[in-house]
Design a protein around this ligand. Structure first.
Ligand code: NCD
Length: 492
């Protein structure tokens, strides 16, 4: 693993080389051809499972024990102060205060592990955050595939079941995108399809199209790996409506030994487990066939987690500096001649916002807080003629130079606005605004399960990467969801 990796939060953070190195070391550890050093000896693991778990928690804890570590923490929040309403940040800080050298955590909110990783000074392993990610599961999945097929490149893999809420498949898709020429089928019942942002990320990275279908029998003759998942009752809305939605789709995919006789002879069955006894997505008669890999898969988790914990404890965690590398302007024209516009609005000093989409003037006025500027006069012209765009709104703000935050807000709601700073009737700067790489405190994440949503009261700050400026595409730093211009909502 590259020495720079100080937390395990998402497969998005991995290079192929880093993933392969962990997998190879875990295989060597399993085959007893390699041992891990003593780095972890007597160190303390905080095992914080806010959500149910058997395999993931036990395998991390067993891995830690094999490394000679001590363990503290909880399995489920019953009996903890979380039940009294303690913020996640406090729980995490408390455990590091008690001397945890590493935190492994599972939480129901998307982005929870990255949030904790930003707060504490020790490494954090994401053991599942809401419907977002489960990177250590992916590493053990890839290890199992590598062991079985001696390669990952070129394989054909179908993911089946709850692809909407299943964090294991979201991470697996990111993991498979690191390899060459992997063909992916996404087999899901209506309403539980793979989210668009996951599909786009895979397709952009690999230039390969994911094949979408509802029909399991269609993929059986084709694929090398059938990755089954559980329909997750706990992620459906509470109450009768959720129950109805759940019942509609549960039991839709039932794999039996009989059905598998129609499958590709090479096909292997994987599952992160648990499967559900009331409506088995894999019947028990599959277990005895050589196709069943799921118990070996679970066992591999211990080796993967031994390697991860041991590596993380050997690295000094340092906070990444948030460097602001972008300038504010796309084009700069300084000391331009007087412009007729500045006469038009009689703007001797201040900011002229030009080329606004018609109808956006009022929105911009309130978003930039221009109503709070006191004695400053704002003169707006709506739906006037524009040589460049046909129609436009224009806004002259007297005696005020907009701040970078105001300019970024403007760029978030208008794709074409240009800004002129005017001093003594001269346009001293003119251009379109360039967004910084990271937007902080400006946008409300539209994913209701994101750790940053105010209704969860975790007080995690809003942070978005600007993946693409025009047309706008932003990505939540915590929950990894992407949004385009139409979907963004500004914090007022
Ligand atoms: C998965 C999880 O928790 O996301 N289980 C696991 O970690 N092995 C899948 C599931 O619970 O269905």
């Amino acid at each position: 693993m590259g020495s720079s990796k100080t937390d395990i939060l998402s497969m998005r953070d991995f290079s192929r080389q880093e993933a392969e190195q962990i997998i190879q070391e875990a295989i060597a550890l399993k085959q007893k051809t390699k041992n891990l050093d003593e780095t972890a000896h007597n160190k303390v693991l905080a095992s914080l499972f806010f959500e149910n778990s058997t395999r993931t928690r036990e395998s991390h804890e067993l891995a830690a024990k094999r490394l000679g570590m001590k363990i503290m923490g909880f399995a489920g929040t019953e009996g903890t102060s979380v039940k009294k309403g303690e913020p996640l940040a406090d729980t995490a800080r408390m455990y590091t205060g008690f001397g945890a050298d590493i935190v492994v955590m599972r939480h129901n909110l998307d982005g929870a592990a990255r949030y904790v990783a930003d707060i504490v000074n020790v490494p954090v392993i994401n053991a599942g955050d809401g419907a977002n990610a489960h990177p250590t599961q992916t590493l053990l999945d890839l290890m199992t595939i590598q062991e079985k097929f001696s390669k990952i490149d070129g394989l054909k893999i179908a993911m089946v079941g709850d692809l909407k809420y299943g964090r294991t498949v979201h991470s697996l898709l990111q993991g498979l995108a690191l390899f060459d020429n992997v063909t992916v089928w996404a087999v899901a019942p209506p309403g539980l399809e793979m989210p668009d942002h996951c599909i786009k990320e895979f397709e952009n990275k690999t230039k390969k199209t994911i094949i979408l279908t509802k029909d399991l029998s269609e993929v059986l003759p084709e694929v090398d790996v059938l990755y089954m998942t559980r329909i997750q009752r706990e992620r459906f809305p509470l109450g009768q409506e959720g129950e109805y939605e759940f019942k509609k789709v549960s039991g839709m995919y039932e794999l039996t030994a009989q059905i598998l006789t129609r499958a590709n002879p090479r096909l292997c069955v994987m599952h992160p487990l648990p499967r559900v006894k009331h409506k088995l997505e894999i019947h028990l008669d599959v277990d005895a066939t050589p196709r069943a890999l799921y118990f070996e898969q679970a066992r591999n988790g211990v080796f993967i987690r031994q390697v991860l914990i041991s590596h993380l404890l050997g690295v000094q965690k340092q906070r990444a500096e948030n460097k602001e590398e972008n300038g504010l302007w796309r084009e700069q024209i300084i000391n331009q001649q007087e412009k007729k516009d500045s006469y038009l609005y009689r703007l001797d000093n201040g900011t002229l916002i030009d080329h606004l989409e018609p109808g956006k003037g009022v929105l911009v006025y309130s978003l930039l807080g221009l109503d709070k500027l006191g004695a400053t006069a704002v003169v707006s012209a709506h739906n006037i003629e524009s040589t460049k765009y046909g129609r436009k709104d224009v806004m002259a703000i007297h005696n005020v130079r907009l701040t970078p935050r105001q300019l970024w807000k403007l760029a978030l709601v208008s794709e074409r606005a240009t800004v002129n700073f005017i001093e003594n009737k001269q346009v001293v700067q003119k251009g379109t605004v360039v967004l910084p790489r990271m937007l902080e405190g400006l946008l409300l994440c539209q994913n209701l399960n994101c750790i940053t949503r105010p209704e969860h009261f975790e007080h995690a700050p809003s942070k978005f990467y600007v993946d693409q400026d025009k047309p706008l595409r932003v990505r939540c730093y915590y929950c990894e969801r992407t949004f385009d211009q139409k979907a963004v909502e500004l914090i007022r």
